[in-house]
Write a protein that binds this ligand. Structure first.
Ligand code: B16
Ligand code: MG
Length: 219
């Protein structure tokens, strides 16, 4: 029986991935190189410092620990300029009716994000009070594919992982959910998320029954 749904934030509830990309790209450009949207895909669900390490590798750049901290802070300030302007109309299409449907059925809602900005984003788009558990990058320092972020969420809600569905847009987030023993639904493209129990392009018109049918067929 599914008692709770735990949602990733970036790329599932809102499209902040585009703001991360703009801010990281600005950092790369200032350091004298560039990277592609395909490379950016590898940053989804990865912590801030983990993302910086990858980007510096792509650019073939070595920095001291102090320099890395300074660049990560710069990037975060650029990123925050975008997120602090976010409005409720940036909630991805289909998400609100889907959350409504879950709440009407008494399914608990949790948020599980690697982002240390998660609370600000969810407040900005007016969804903070919807979630009974919010686990962000500060509460769960271990980066996905470690299941820590979702395990803390399940514990907050008083549920076993086998009673929860995790919704994720990142391949590493699906790994994290599977590593923790959760049902995993990929939100995005099959080619990136094919290892999930089921993949949907988005939440438009989706119901919990559609998902239960699909994940039980694929389990
Ligand atoms: P911050 P999610 C993740 O959020 C993003 O996908 C990832 O690109 C980002 O580097 C990470 O949060 C950390 O974000 O710099 O705001 O702490 O997808 O797990 O909600
Ligand atoms: Mg994400």
């Amino acid at each position: 029986m599914i008692k709770a749904c735990i949602f990733d934030l970036d790329g599932v509830i809102v499209d902040t991935a585009k703001y991360h990309f703009l801010a990281w790209r600005r950092l790369a450009n200032e350091l004298g190189f560039d990277f592609t949207e395909e490379e950016n895909e590898q940053l989804k669900g990865v912590s801030r410092m983990g993302s910086l390490e990858l980007i510096l590798q792509w650019g073939g750049i070595r920095l001291s620990e102090e320099e890395k901290q300074a660049w990560a802070e710069k990037k975060n300030n650029w990123y925050r300029e975008y997120i602090l302007k976010m409005q409720p109309d940036e909630i991805l299409e289909g998400v609100l009716p889907f959350l409504d449907g879950l709440q009407q059925r008494g399914v608990q809602l949790g948020l599980g994000s690697a982002s240390k900005n998660a609370l600000d984003i969810i407040t900005q788009v007016g969804l903070r009070n919807r979630f009974s558990s919010i686990v962000d990058g500060a509460r769960a320092p271990k980066s996905k594919p470690d299941p820590q972020v979702f395990l803390i969420g399940a514990r907050d809600l008083g549920r076993q992982p086998s009673e929860c569905i995790v919704f994720e847009d990142a391949a590493k987030g699906i790994d994290a959910a599977l590593n923790g023993g959760f049902f995993a639904v990929g939100v995005g493209r099959e080619e990136h998320l094919g290892h999930a129990h089921w993949v949907t392009p988005n939440f438009i018109g989706l119901t919990l029954d559609d998902i239960l049918r699909a994940i039980h067929q694929n389990a």
